[in-house]
Design a protein around this ligand. Structure first.
Ligand code: IPM
Ligand code: MN
Length: 355
């Protein structure tokens, strides 16, 4: 049977369109050699459209996205739009409404890539962070009292449901069991202070661990894990945590794997449409200059094809990225690669389509 996938492409703001078009270049190259088809449906959601129409994401689009096989996103964030409007109106809305409850972020240092951590290399830096993606402080619970007065109160609550915590931990145990590396799952929390939320997380973690005797379990407070990720990254195999802590520690993870130029993530609903994105922002100051690093977007594309069941294509892309990092790039930051954005995309596409 013919393998064919319908993919929503949301290039978004700033450098988003440039990096996405390199990802699509690579996608087309591997689909050709691996023998599957892709149908791309482009959406212009982002700051420009919002400024023109006042609409971040039409309701009808949510229904369309639900019907597709995957969503490929560039970046959201526009200097002309108040912070929060596009993030909540597009990115978080898609995460919440499509119930993309897993945010999967690999922290893998490829050979030849510089890490700021002295004495550590690809052997030591190879783990995955699983971030709960629909609850916690991101749920939007809270409000103001007497806003703008001297008696103002601002409340922002962390919502942790039994169902939400359990499905995230379940996914993490299952993922850890299937990963080749250490079969060690670390829960990252703050049980010494957040004694309600992380009491729930810890109880469910312990309950589930009985069903996974082959997975070693560990626990670290979020502040301590920031220390260990830098000092002893080799201790980690899979880390699971809530939405806010996950947001923070994955930026730290991105830095130790070489920076935002290479860091990618997947927003997953195991039963539905999932979304794939480079984890860096829209970098407006580099937009349109053909200098931004497209590898993070290309790695997001690699995660997407893997998720769609195209393991062969995923391996091709990863191998090509490794070759390009090893033999061609001077650095990973914008303007420091020794190549333009489009040249890097060309190189990856070329390696990825070799026999
Ligand atoms: C991320 C980003 C988003 C988040 C922002 C843009 C809303 O930082 O994907 O990590 O906080 O989740
Ligand atoms: Mn973030």
């Amino acid at each position: 049977m013919e393998r064919s996938y319908k993919i929503a492409v949301i290039p978004g703001d700033g450098t988003g369109p440039e990096v996405v078009s390199e990802g699509i270049k690579v996608l087309k190259a591997v689909s050709g050699v691996e023998g599957f088809k892709v149908k791309l449906i482009y959406y212009d959601f982002g700051g420009e459209r919002y400024l023109k129409t006042g609409e971040a994401l039409p309701d009808s689009a949510m229904e369309e996205l639900r019907q597709l096989d995957a969503i490929y996103l560039g970046a959201i964030g526009h200097p002309g739009v108040k912070p929060g409007v596009l993030e909540k109106g597009i990115l978080l809305r898609i995460r919440f409404e499509l119930d993309l409850y897993i945010n999967l972020r690999p922290v893998k240092l490829y050979p030849g890539v510089q890490t700021p951590i002295e004495g550590k290399g690809p052997e030591e830096i190879d783990f995955v962070i699983i971030r709960e993606n629909t609850e916690g402080l991101y749920a939007g619970a809270g409000g103001f009292l007497k806003r703008g007065t001297p008696d103002e109160v601002a409340i922002q609550e962390s919502i942790n449901t039994r169902k939400g915590v359990e499905r995230c931990l379940q996914y993490a145990f299952e993922f850890c069991r299937q990963r080749a590396r250490g079969k060690k799952l670390t829960l990252c929390g703050k049980t010494n202070v957040l004694t309600y939320a992380f009491d729930l997380w810890e109880r469910v973690f312990q309950e589930l661990s009985r069903e996974y005797p082959d997975v070693e379990t560990d626990y670290a407070h979020v502040d301590a894990i920031c220390m260990w990720m830098v000092k002893n990254p080799e201790w980690f195999d899979v880390i699971v945590t809530d939405n806010m802590f996950g947001d923070i520690i994955t930026d730290l993870g991105a830095m130790i794997q070489g920076g935002m130029g290479i860091a990618a993530g997947a927003n997953i609903n195991p039963q539905g449409t999932s979304m794939f994105e480079p984890i860096g922002g829209s970098a407006p100051k580099y937009a349109g200059k053909n200098v931004i690093n497209p590898l993070a977007a290309i790695c997001a594309c690699q995660m997407m094809v893997d998720h769609l069941g195209e393991g062969g294509a995923a391996r091709r892309i990863e191998e090509a990225v490794i070759q390009v990092l090893k033999g061609h790039l001077k650095g990973l930051s914008a303007g420091e690669m020794g190549h333009s954005t489009t040249e890097v995309g060309d190189l990856v596409a070329e390696y990825a389509s070799k026999a």
